[in-house]
Design a binder for this molecule. Structure first.
Ligand code: CP3
Length: 354
């Protein structure tokens, strides 16, 4: 099927575009009243994520309101450990939790790569349904957590402020953590591959917690597994190449290494300028980002000015995908996101004139 809007794919391939493509991490989420209404009908977040029809419905909601250049599958990164048998549940106001966190060698030894088309069928069914409903409007992004970020939740048993349990494992029993990361990485690769085969046209890995590691620990426990994904993940054939984006919160110190991993693109947060990121990655990869999500609390004029600053920082030529530096927060006024999306398209064409 031909895509009616391929700006996002072209930018990821660093080919010329008419204007800069934009999508927003967590674009389908609680800041949208229509999302909250569908979630109420589903009964719970997991009820929503595990129902392909409802997941499809909320995936399309932000596209009805905003002129976005991509859709992202509505799901969660924690579906993979859930399928590995950890028992995912959500406590209202406390976020995700696992009934059976991973702490011992015996528990790590029992983990296996899930059968995706069986245990995670609801995800690939959602991908197939969304592709059908999108009907070529924009490309669909599939995603996974990074091995390190998934290991954080698996070992801590939920979210954490300190990451003391998983970091204690890194310092005291590094071989055990490597065995865990190894099976999680194989699962991530199988999961992304199944999403691509079901119809995902771009794949993004969220390394949300890489930035909590010291440089030595990042280079031992996060980076090598991202590099393995970039090396081993199939992307399809040449005319149907599905690019990989490695997004990392706090990944600025490692941009050179990430750009050399074999990934197609790197997503960055707002703690680095795109000008620096572009210089340091030397045109090897496309760059995605990196407006501070807090800018969405500014006035429309502030939002347009800050969008312009991000575009200016990347500069002229292809290879930029506009996004926030992290997910949109639930307290944002949706009208402000409309200002942002329209500003990206309206203000970026001068950067693409040849
Ligand atoms: O971008 C999108 O629109 C796609 C949907 C998406 C969700 N989670 C939906 C969701 C994506 C890409 C994720 C990824 C995810 N999940 C990450 C990495 C993302 C990042 O920004 O770095 C992480 C760390 C998780 C784990 C997780 N799931 C957390 C921390 C929470 C929030 C808990 C809370 O109550 O604040 C979730 C739940 C979740 N996933 C929500 C959404 C829209 C909110 C749940 C709700 O409706 O109550």
């Amino acid at each position: 099927m031909t895509l009616r809007n391929d700006r996002f794919l072209r930018a990821l391939r660093r080919e010329p575009v008419d204007c800069t493509p934009v999508w927003i991490m967590r674009q389908a989420g609680r800041y949208l009243p229509e999302y909250r209404a569908t979630r109420a009908r589903a009964g719970s977040f997991l009820g929503l994520a595990k129902n392909p029809e409802l997941a499809c419905e909320v995936t399309l909601q932000p596209l009805a309101r905003f002129d976005l250049d991509a859709a992202i599958l509505f799901s969660d990164i924690l579906t993979v450990p859930d399928a590995m048998g950890l028992g995912l549940y959500f406590v209202e106001g406390e976020g995700p939790k696992f009934e059976r966190p991973i702490r011992t060698a015996a528990q790590v030894g029992q983990l296996a790569v899930p059968d995706i088309e069986d245990d995670l069928r609801y995800v690939t069914d959602a991908v197939r349904l969304i592709r059908r409903e999108l009907d070529g409007r924009v490309p669909l992004i599939g995603f996974s957590g990074s091995p390190w970020t998934l290991a954080c939740y698996m070992v801590e048993g939920g979210g954490s402020d300190t990451f003391s349990t998983v970091k204690a494992m890194a310092y005291n029993t590094p071989a055990l953590l490597h065995r865990l990361l190894d099976v999680v990485t194989s699962s991530v690769i199988a999961y992304l591959d199944a999403q691509r085969c079901a119809g995902a046209q771009v794949m993004q890995v969220f390394d949300t917690w890489g930035g909590v590691l010291s440089p030595a620990l990042y280079r031992e426990f996060s980076l090598p597994y991202l590099q393995r994904i970039a090396r081993e993940l199939p992307r399809g054939d040449r005319d149907d190449h599905a690019p990989l984006i490695l997004f990392g919160k706090g990944n600025a110190p490692y941009l050179e290494e990430l750009a050399q991993s074999g990934t197609d693109a790197v997503g960055v947060d707002w703690t680095v300028s795109l000008a620096d990121a572009r210089r340091r990655t030397g045109g090897r990869v496309a760059l995605q980002g990196n407006l501070d999500p807090a800018v969405l609390h500014g006035t429309p004029d502030t939002i347009r000015r800050e969008v312009s600053n991000v575009l200016e920082s990347y500069g002229t030529g292809p290879g930029h995908v506009f996004n926030l530096g992290h997910g949109i927060t639930p307290d944002v006024n949706p009208e402000h996101l409309k200002v942002l999306v329209d500003a990206v398209h309206a203000l970026s064409w001068p950067f693409h004139e040849s």
